[in-house]
Design a protein around this ligand. Structure first.
Ligand code: COA
Length: 176
């Protein structure tokens, strides 16, 4: 397989079952698959925010993107992008599919004019893409995950400068 064989694109209605299979195979349990299904039903959901990685006509990876407010002191809120859950089918891992999904997510965030991305989970994995501990900017979330599991990346210098609390929607806080 060559990296250029991987196509990353927004989901289509025909991808829904395959995305479910990818999430069920990559994660222990069903929580992430259900979360993706729930988010898809919410008003404001756009297929542009659910990217699939296709390899030789098969869906082998998926990442969900969610616009979240970064609530700052004084009542101000900055819109940023939350990345995840992200999944790659175990049989196709270590081939750059996750990396391709992250690069596409970064491009999507830029295209949407969002100044930063936040991620919950696997800080060692995300570091290579330029994500740093969110604590660096005093950025927190409303998720019940350890502080060091949260990483972030500025796409516009200073976007996270005011720190704040990234507020994920309810379907996330029900499981994390
Ligand atoms: C994490 C995941 C998305 C990576 O996908 P991938 O297509 O294998 O990623 P890439 O091929 O781009 O990168 C692979 C590299 O990431 C590293 N890596 C993978 N998972 C990692 C983790 N949990 N922590 C640290 N590094 C990790 C590996 O060392 C690997 O490097 P190598 O190939 O040189 O050994 C995939 O393994 C997966 O779906 N895991 C289960 C679900 C999950 O944990 N999702 C992320 C949190 S939401």
């Amino acid at each position: 397989m060559k990296t250029q064989d991987i196509i990353v694109r927004p989901e289509t209605p025909g991808d829904v079952k395959a995305i479910d299979v990818v999430n069920l195979s990559a994660f222990e349990g069903e929580a992430e698959a259900q979360l993706v299904g729930t988010m898809r039903q919410l008003p404001g959901f756009s297929p542009d925010l659910s990217l699939v990685a296709e390899l030789h006509g098969r869906i082998v990876g998926h990442v969900l993107l969610t616009r979240v407010p970064l609530q700052q002191e004084g009542g101000r809120a900055v819109r940023i992008l939350a990345l995840g859950p992200m999944s790659v089918v175990p049989s196709q891992s270590h081939r750059g599919i996750g990396s391709a999904l992250i690069q596409a997510a970064i491009e999507r965030a830029r295209a949407l004019g969002l100044g930063a991305i936040v991620v919950a989970g696997h800080p060692e994995y995300y570091r290579r893409f330029g994500f740093e501990p969110a604590a660096k900017w005093a950025v927190r979330t409303n998720l019940r995950v350890p502080e060091d599991a949260i990483t972030a990346m500025e796409l516009e210098a200073g976007a996270l400068g005011g720190g704040g609390r990234a507020v994920y929607p309810d379907p996330f806080t029900r499981i994390f």
